[in-house]
Write a protein that binds this ligand. Structure first.
Ligand code: TMP
Length: 217
């Protein structure tokens, strides 16, 4: 119990970091490496992914990456991603940040922009509307865009899901969309050369996180 008049201890809000990129870019490996790195510096870190991160969103993930979504309308697909995301933000990400944890997330709304808007062809205005309705102004503090040539990514990608079967031209559009983010939103998005070996990429990411957010060992 806090004594009368004693202020509750102030918790510094954690940082929200997302990793983005095409298939086989190494996001999951690098997310795990960054979590280890930050924890070694004494930071409290939560790792999560999209689509996913709550029971509801993980159930939607099963639908989105499975056979039931074969040939799905891209707008319906974007709606499902934002339904999953709304739940993920309100029940997992925001509470963790408010409790002082840093949250590392494998994909976020930039994936909807790259896959459903730029590659899938839905109207940008629909994306903006859905985003606003689902999560308001909430956005990552830092987005690391792991970039590598499509052919290299497809060769590296191990788990063949529905998205990986969409073909090289689709994935070239995805890559171009991610690369454009680093130009249009340089304050939030940093392009990382993901063609390098795992250790080199991990070091590059650690140094960007230190420079941009001032966190690390
Ligand atoms: P993953 O392979 O990174 O686990 O992601 C699953 C697939 O979902 C991946 O191929 C990209 C796709 N995806 C979208 O199309 N839109 C989105 O908003 C998200 C989060 C993922």
């Amino acid at each position: 119990m806090l004594g009368r008049g004693a202020a509750a201890p102030q918790v510094t809000r954690g940082k929200f970091i997302t990793l983005e990129g095409g298939e086989g870019a190494g996001k999951s490996t690098q997310l795990a490496r960054l979590a280890l790195h930050l924890r070694a510096g004494g930071h409290d870190v939560l790792t999560t992914r999209e689509p996913g991160g709550t029971a509801f969103a993980e159930a939607l993930r099963g639908v989105l990456v499975g056979d039931a979504a074969q040939g799905v309308d891209p707008l319906a697909e974007a709606l499902a991603h934002f339904a999953a995301r709304a739940d993920h933000v309100s029940r997992t990400i925001r509470p963790a940040l408010e409790a002082g944890q840093h949250v590392l997330c494998d994909r976020f709304f930039d994936s909807t922009f790259a896959y459903q808007v730029v590659a899938g062809g839905i109207d940008r205005r629909h994306f903006d509307t859905l985003r606003h309705a689902a999560i308001g102004d909430f956005r990552p503090d830092l987005t690391l865009v792991l970039d590598l040539p499509v052919a290299l990514g497809m060769a590296r990608a191990r788990d063949a899901n529905r998205y990986e079967a969409l073909g090289a031209a689709f994935h070239e559009r995805v890559r171009a969309a991610f690369r454009s983010l680093a130009e249009t939103e340089p304050d939030r998005c940093v392009l990382i050369d993901a063609a390098a070996d795992t250790d080199t990429v991990a070091r590059a990411i650690a140094s960007v996180v230190r420079e941009r957010l001032g966190i690390g060992p």
